[in-house]
Design a binder for this molecule. Sequence first.
Ligand SMILES: *Cc1c(COP(=O)(O)O)cnc(C)c1O
Length: 490
Amino acid sequence: MKFRSTRGYEREMTGAEAVIQGIAPDRGLFVPTEIPEMPFDIAEMQGKSYQEVAKAIIGLFFDDYTEEEMQRCIDGAYDGKFEAEEIVPVVKAGDAWFLELYHGKTAAFKDMALSILPYLLTTAMKKQQEDKKICILTATSGDTGKAALEGFADVEGTEIIVFFPNHGVSQIQQKQMTSQEGSNVHVFAIEGNFDDAQTGVKNIFQDESVHEALLKEGVKLSSANSINIGRLVPQIAYYVYSYIKLLEQGALKCGDPVNVVVPTGNFGNILAAYYAKRMGLPVKKLICASNRNNVLTDFLRTGVYDTNRAFYQTNSPSMDILVSSNLERLLYHLSGEDAGEIRRLMADLDEKGRYEVPDSIRAGLSAFSAGFADVEETDQTIGAMYRENHYLFDTHTAVAYKVYEDYRRSTGDETPTLIASTASAYKFASSVAESLGVPETDGFRAIDAVHEYTGVPVPRAMSGLEEKPVLHDQVIDRTEMKEAVLRALS
Ligand SMILES: *Cc1c(COP(=O)(O)O)cnc(C)c1O
């Protein structure tokens, strides 16, 4: 298996090379040169552990890793760090099955990929005999940052720098990041939103002067954002695994279709579900759920992607995004791998903040359905789900559930449905407390209020967090990101 850039860069790379580089030299994203078929008969995987499924799926894409290397990556990643023995419990509540992806170290689904990425990367460095230090540059809407910090803290041969939007993350998310320990970690709040942080990081990747200055220090840049293919591939595994769980529970017979609903920001998680479908998982509709920043809803309905619109801060901050990076990968596949077309679309996005896809790409969008929920609907959905089913979910998952209910009502489609549950409700405790009718503006008091009201265990990630000292308190302008990187690494 090889990987190539969505923008046509001439050289194809191995998995190890693509993971180290993060983003292609022409600013494109790495995609697999072919989408492989499922490596096993799904029915025969019943009873297998998460680790076994993940190894088969990830190993299929990264076949330049030896079996022993891949086993070590899997063993290091999916162990006692996860608070659920099955790693990803699949739970029925209301009208859907919830794929609880948040039982890792930082209580968000980002742990699913970011607990293995450091192993994939350090193994790749050994394979490539890379003698430089790798600096992981990361923009975060709140959850990637902490998961990447936990994954890379004190990992030999690496530095990690995280930029998060000041005022753009929940109080709990912010404290998780600013209290991070480790001799190789650097955390900055920027005055701006997530799109500013992500654009700033992409600009640094493009800046030759940065690369030259860093090479003198013996440092190379890579990324822990979902622009890195090493983030995406591990995410395919849990869609396959959850289908197997539904077989085991008797909710499906092998081959029966499922719908998959994903609360979407940067389009990484739903793209992983798309890859699973392309590999042969019987997925009927991929349902893309957005909050009030509904640029993807409009795009999937009309074929026009337009970022010239207001940006809203919502109660599902990890989806407060207008420029969804991974959409570029989908467009590439749907265009028949036409890198010239992708360069044109991305040039339009840079110059006009919008693009319109040709009919050839638009036809492929019919695999998707899309909808959005506003802040109030999100609130009400959390309250109603808890009252009716005693099931607690976070604001992002609530957006997904509301969009799913709308979809069912308008289509009459009763296909069994999996919803990606992307974070612990405790990460967004004040919003959730309000929805439950036990309002508490302080995030830490809200954790107690939600716990008292529901009895749902508080994740280990949150215990003692309030008392932890703040180790990173720098707030910088979004124009100062490059200088911050150079200073941190010199
Ligand atoms: C990152 C995140 C999302 C969005 O995922 P993408 O892969 O960026 O689409 C949704 N919910 C939560 C809680 C997240 O942290």
